[in-house]
Design a protein around this ligand. Structure first.
Ligand SMILES: Nc1ncnc2c1ncn2[C@@H]1O[C@H](COP(=O)(O)OP(=O)(O)O)[C@@H](O)[C@H]1O
Ligand SMILES: [Mg+2]
Length: 293
């Protein structure tokens, strides 16, 4: 009883953890992993929200088998932000995961300007303050919004495939990040769609060695997830993979990545949702005009 009360007290004070999922190359499995890691954490009792920040080409809802009516564009469109506004956009998904849907086929969302991005981020914060873990699924590459999320997050899950072009693009993302100012950002690498474990480990250690040598950024290898035919079968059935095929090899690998990430020391202040929003506000602050002479 006493222990329970202490645990509950701890829970109430626990900071939410803000994790962004990015990659250099498209199609490496960011959305697939974001969705299934979130489901696993939710099954373990965490309150988890997935934010679809692949803003114009959102597809997290498809992977989760959901059909949302509205998406983040509604946050941008409303004239004024009200307290708690935006929470109605959250859609309950499998295993209790909540989804904040992005828009698909909404060209404008893919190319927001700085002040729109600022408005969006400001209005996003109150929707996310109720969760233990916030998982943000990004688009590939470095569009303005993707770069903002990557630069302001202290904890990044970088998803690559073992092929040389994906590796090169993953390195390019780390290189871009190394120019931004956060100290001690944690970058975790996941190799996905692995067919040859030895080759994937080799490719992974090359990234780690090169980044350590040339960039001021440590990257940790979080794990390998095998290529698994069951993924396509679940997709076709519109069933979330981890719930549909819990005993498949890829599901086992996702569970071990999920466990490692949760037990890694990420619950400090820098990796919190509050810290993310403070840093993005700074990065998006209106630029001062140069004084006229
Ligand atoms: N481990 C895996 N085994 C088999 N197929 C996978 C695996 N991971 C992802 N996929 C498939 O690869 C495709 C791209 O994945 P997706 O998550 O959409 O990539 P991204 O979000 O990085 O663009 C999807 O069809 C997805 O189902
Ligand atoms: Mg995606």
């Amino acid at each position: 009883m006493v222990t329970e009360a202490i645990e509950a007290g701890r829970g109430a004070r626990r900071r939410s953890r803000f994790i962004v999922v990015g990659s250099g190359k498209g199609g490496t499995g960011k959305t697939f992993l974001a969705a299934n890691l979130a489901i696993q954490w939710s099954l373990w009792g965490k309150r988890v929200v997935l934010v679809d920040a692949d803003l114009g080409l959102a597809n997290l809802h498809v992977v989760l088998g959901l059909d949302p009516e509205a998406h983040v564009m509604a946050l941008l469109q409303s004239r004024r932000s009200r307290n708690g506004q935006g929470r109605e956009l959250l859609v309950p998904g499998p295993a209790g995961v909540q989804l904040l849907p992005g828009g698909s086929g909404v060209e404008h969302l893919a190319s927001l300007n700085r002040s729109e991005l600022r408005r969006l981020v400001q209005r996003l914060e109150p929707c996310l303050d109720d969760f233990d873990v916030v998982v943000v699924d990004l688009s590939a590459g470095i569009s303005k919004s993707t770069l903002l999320f990557l630069s302001a997050a202290a904890e990044i899950l970088l998803v690559s495939n073992p092929d040389p072009s994906a590796i090169l693009d993953a390195y390019a993302v780390i290189k871009v990040l190394s120019h931004s100012s956060i100290q001690e950002r944690r970058v975790h690498l996941i190799m996905n769609r692995v067919r040859d474990v030895v080759a994937a480990n080799h490719a992974g250690s090359r990234i780690l060695a090169t980044t350590e040598k040339h960039l001021q950024q440590q990257v940790k290898m979080l794990g390998l997830v095998p290529e698994d035919d069951a993924v396509a079968i679940s997709m076709a059935r519109r069933q979330p993979f981890l719930l549909d095929r819990p005993n498949s090899p890829a599901a086992g690998a996702i569970r071990s990545v999920a466990r490692r990430l949760l037990s890694s020391d990420g619950a400090d202040a820098r990796a919190s949702t509050t810290a993310f929003f403070a840093r993005s506000a700074e990065l998006l602050a209106p630029r001062r005009r140069a004084p006229s002479r």
